[in-house]
Design a protein. Sequence first.
Length: 491
Amino acid sequence: MHTVTHLLADAPPQMLPARSLMAFTLASHIILVPLGVALPLITLIMHGYGLRKGDPTALVLARRWSAVMAVQFAIGVVTGTVLSFEFGLLWPGLMGRWGDVFGIGFGVEAWAFFLEAVLIAIYLYGWRRLKPRTHFLLGLPLPAAALLGAFGILAANSWMNTPRGFTLDAEGNPTDVNIWKAIFTPMFGPQYWHFVVAMLVTAGYVVAGVYAAGWLRGRRDRYHRLGFTVPFTVAAVCTPIQFMLGDSIARQVFHKQPVKFAAMEIVWKTDTHVPEYLFGRLHPDGSISGGIKIPQFDSILAGFSTDTKVTGLTSVPAADRPNATQATIAHWAFDAMVLIGSVLVLLALWYALVWWRRRRLPESKWFYRAAACAGVASVVAVECGWITTEVGRQPWIVYENMRVAEAVTATHSTGLWITFSLVVVVYVFVFGSFLAVLLKMRTRWRLADEQQAAERPVESPETDTPYGPRATVPVGGSRSSDTGPTEGTGS
């Protein structure tokens, strides 16, 4: 009750249900985003490796991952469409006043979405129907389309954090819009590359985690080794890069959004020699309880010197900063993200050290247990990153230009709560269906692999009648005998 009271102070009654609905749908959608942005690239890396080495196992994996990519994209269509409607329905004040300034980002994302849909369809259709080289080349634009979609969304979000590219008239409405300045704001570069590399890290660990779990269950054939090695290597290479990008974006927040930085680090008063708190809780009087205190370390992290002055929350009026509860939420999310990132760096170093010394995969069960958990941990880190970004910006929906309370809908709170309940029910069904489809595909692929191994050697999807129908079912056989690894996409 204490927390809710602080969150609702001086807020219209529809604020909490509107925020809750937006937070739920965004948190749900973001689970799918890493696969949408990064899985096309990982799939094409495997596809290219299979063609270059003439490796049918790699091509089987690429084709099956393309099926997962298509199913994920279909689910993402649903959750992404809901989010696009919510911007207009829940936050009409934002879109009504500022849509002409930053709406170009959503337009870019929409075009990228349609382009990606076409490219996925071509890529799926191309298995066995196109020449191997032609098929692979037609798939190459897929990662670019995914990055273009991320470009649009991050352009809009970075503008909300550091709004630029407009002037205000006497009534406070934006005029003289400069689209380029509105897109390429001071936070755009740091946010975009931090996000993109995070998607590569997360997708790599999620996919590799599936095969790590298989390894722990005794499935240690080439199929599982290769399925683990390629995505895990992508993630492991990107992990230390992501850690450095995370440090860079934190410094940009320190310079461009000092009050948000104060919330992330629960700094109450502007000062030098500021201590760092690992977790801990900020109270309304500025005191901090719990957590681990490291003297002077926050100043060192911010400016490489104990004399670095860190802006505190009290540098602005109480109405213009996150309250103690919001600051604590942003702080915990930020610390959790950093903690997960640090553990993933250690996991990547473990992998690199074993490979450098022995030129083979680690054999420790603890390594594969950690690898199996890394995917879930990465998704949690992504969620924490968005919580840090959005909660730390409070009470502003457009930083220092529009408050969340000014943008929220006038719809009665009861109607919003009913809508929230319905959306939860629908999302449970949608994500339950997604999981059921993936499990069904996995079961069918596993049965097909067993029958394939017993009846005939593995054949490459790219060489099995690429222009015509699939191979003829052997006499006395069943259709399932022709749906082994070369039939693995479910198409």
